[in-house]
Write a protein that binds this ligand. Structure first.
Ligand SMILES: [Zn+2]
Length: 437
């Protein structure tokens, strides 16, 4: 009997295909049980334990007993329904064993898109010099179309951190985002790492991006995200430059230590306010992280490569857990991550893996998350976190004063000193209202 003729082989192939090919299957097998276990065991909230198993349990029960009735039929079900005496007219009937969908907590998560072309990505930077960007083929219009249609289907708004270069070379991208009613923010102009810029260069790049974006939208740009999250210990001065130029919120800090980005030991994992030395407030929306079992190590979750790498259920479990604690998740993606057909470069084993892993999963994962959770733009989400940003105020001077702070900040701070500083520790209500609407 030929192997190819067996229907089992056909089924097995179909399952592997559904999981994103052999690579996807291997990833599931390797990462899912481990990561799910780590996060589940570490969570104080036992509900998370139920999340990855919830869908499976539901699937099998429905398979065996029919749609959600768990085999309770006839008199048993009748009795159970009538025993549910607290039920108000019109409320769903509760009876023992009824499968109840987890009710998503009423927290609006942040959905953010960093609008750049594939060749802007740091991993590819060495291959495609800036001087040849305009010669590269890009599918940004097609990818943006797909993304905007998906958001439209879910009636969801997002914040688009647009690269100034994209606004100048593809102004229709800015107009498309605007026309759909999404929020437009800035991702800088050249996608240069903040860690490679002087404060003067950073400010010039920021202003150039704002000019480019403002040519194509009448929206006031309130937010900023640094290229590759490079607001780090050495570049905290960037936050002052943002506040000085009228930016109200930043979403660039990863509260983890990585070679290229992140601030190890950063005290805040959720929305908070940074108080500039001159008294100006800047809201900071850190990238989502979760704690690893038995350690203080934080694991990035819910965005970019991590979004593609982790199984859907892991990201969903994380968001569910955050929302149950009244906290929003910060999801971020790039338009090129929806394009699994893009030409691929060999970037070295590790970078190639990070950059291209599970590209074909981005769209369906996002689709499922949008179905299950509440998402919105930063502007829409800020009122929901007003207590967090009012109560968690970190003076930037405190970060500068940390013993690990690098000389570049100290030098910059010296230049800035004498420009007045605030002793206020908590944002005033009126000031906060102007920020969160
Ligand atoms: Zn970027």
């Amino acid at each position: 009997m030929g192997v190819k003729s067996s229907p089992w082989v056909g089924w097995a192939m179909r399952i592997i295909e559904m999981m994103g090919g052999a690579g996807g299957l291997a990833l599931w097998v390797l990462t899912y049980p481990l990561l799910a276990l780590l996060i589940r065991l570490n969570s104080k909230n036992s509900f998370v334990l139920a999340i990855p198993t919830h869908d499976m349990r539901q699937f099998f029960l429905r398979l065996i007993h029919g749609n959600g009735q768990l085999g309770m039929r006839g008199q048993h079900r009748h009795d159970a329904v009538h025993a549910d005496s607290d039920r108000q007219p019109g409320e769903p009937v509760n009876f023992p064993g009824k499968i109840v969908e987890p009710t998503p907590a009423k927290v609006r998560n942040f959905l953010t898109i960093d609008v750049e072309c594939w060749f802007h990505a740091y991993n590819i930077g060495d291959k495609i010099p800036r001087s040849t960007w305009h010669l590269q083929e890009t599918q940004i219009l097609k990818n943006m179309d797909r993304l905007l249609l998906l958001l439209q289907a879910h009636n969801t708004k997002a914040t688009f951190f647009v690269l100034g270069w994209v606004a100048d070379h593809f102004p229709e991208v800015v107009r498309m985002i605007d026309a759909e009613g999404h929020e437009i923010a800035t991702h800088g102009y050249h996608h240069e790492l903040v860690t490679r810029m002087t404060p003067q260069e950073f400010e010039a790049d920021l202003l150039q991006s704002l000019e480019a974006i403002n040519r194509h939208t009448s929206q006031e740009v309130l937010g900023h995200r640094a290229s590759n999250f490079t607001v780090v210990k050495d570049t905290l001065w960037a936050l002052e430059i943002l506040a000085k130029n009228g930016i109200r919120y930043d979403s660039s800090i990863f509260p983890i230590g990585r070679k290229r980005y992140g601030i190890e030991g950063y005290s805040q994992r959720h929305p908070h306010t940074l108080r500039m030395p001159d008294g100006r407030p800047l809201i900071e929306l850190p990238m989502s992280t979760t704690r690893l079992l038995g350690s203080n190590k934080l694991l990035p979750v819910a965005g970019g490569g991590y979004f593609r790498l982790y199984p859907y259920h892991l990201t969903a479990a994380f968001i569910e857990n955050e929302n149950r604690n009244g906290l929003p998740a910060m999801v971020y993606l790039h338009p090129w991550e929806l394009d699994s057909e893009q030409s691929r470069y060999y970037l070295g084993a590790s970078k190639t893996f990070q950059h291209y892993v599970n590209l074909e999963s981005t769209e369906w994962k996002l689709d499922r998350l949008l179905e299950r959770f509440s998402f919105g733009s930063v502007k829409e989400g800020l009122p929901g976190v007003r207590n967090l940003i009012r109560d968690n105020v970190v003076p930037l001077s405190q970060l500068y004063e940390s013993p690990e702070v690098a000389q570049s900040n100290a030098d910059y701070l010296r230049k800035m000193s004498g420009k007045g500083s605030s002793t206020k520790s908590v944002l005033e209500e009126a000031e906060l209202r102007s920020l969160v609407g």
